[in-house]
Design a protein. Sequence first.
Length: 287
Amino acid sequence: MNVFQMRDKLKDRLSHLNVKFSFNREEETLRISRVDNGEGVTVKLSTIVAKYNNKKEKIVDEIVYYVEEAIEQMKGDTLSGIDDIQIMPVLRSPSFDKKDKNGNKFVIESHTAETNIYYAVDLGKSYRLVDEQMLEQMKLTKQQLKEMALFNIRKLENKYTTDEVKGNIFYFVNSNDGYDARRILNTTFLNEIQDQCEGEMLVAVPHQDVLIIADIRNKTGYDVMAHLTMEFFTKGLVPITSLSLGYDKGHFEPIFILGKNNKQKRDPNVIQRLEATRKKYENKDKD
């Protein structure tokens, strides 16, 4: 599978939509935009091709679903017909777009050196990031928007699974509701996990659909966390950061883990266990 074949496959799968396609050969991207208003989405074909080797048609299904939902929500006023607006926080990397395609500035708050907080209107099967124009339309202040979002995050159930690797405990938030990474903003939940930890607590949000929490009890644990975070980071549709964050009662500190024990990092038993752990989590993701 190459980018040209993936381009043609996506165009065929999305041919039922009233859209036009624009292929950028140099950037290897495909722009899908509505015919009526020009709004649309751009997908990076090379990224999808790389994931196709492992996920096959599942990754294509995910992209098609994402595009269909995004195009549907771009047909008009997002807020019309919504009686109870649900605001949720969204985590993104600092390099993520600061404006939409029309130049409207998103409402953004800094979180850590590796993460920023955006806000989104929950539309059920999809969501739309809140920009300053939408904020004015909703007649909310930025502080009110933040308080609503954090309140809604705290209401969510926090399901997770655990695994032990070389004496270190790893927690995988596994709610399958699209808000896994954003639970990093629920300090009450994180503090409850920290109270269970015997070692140093690290958290990671490698992409938008995963939150990893680690109870690091020995030196090998740092190498395990670094490898595990990078594995998720390279396989997520919306990557955030490959770095872990040290956590202590509401305070985050990005850390860069150096592989001091190269022999442990190359241990095939550890690597095999890590891959099994990641796949076990991913098999519980949304179908």
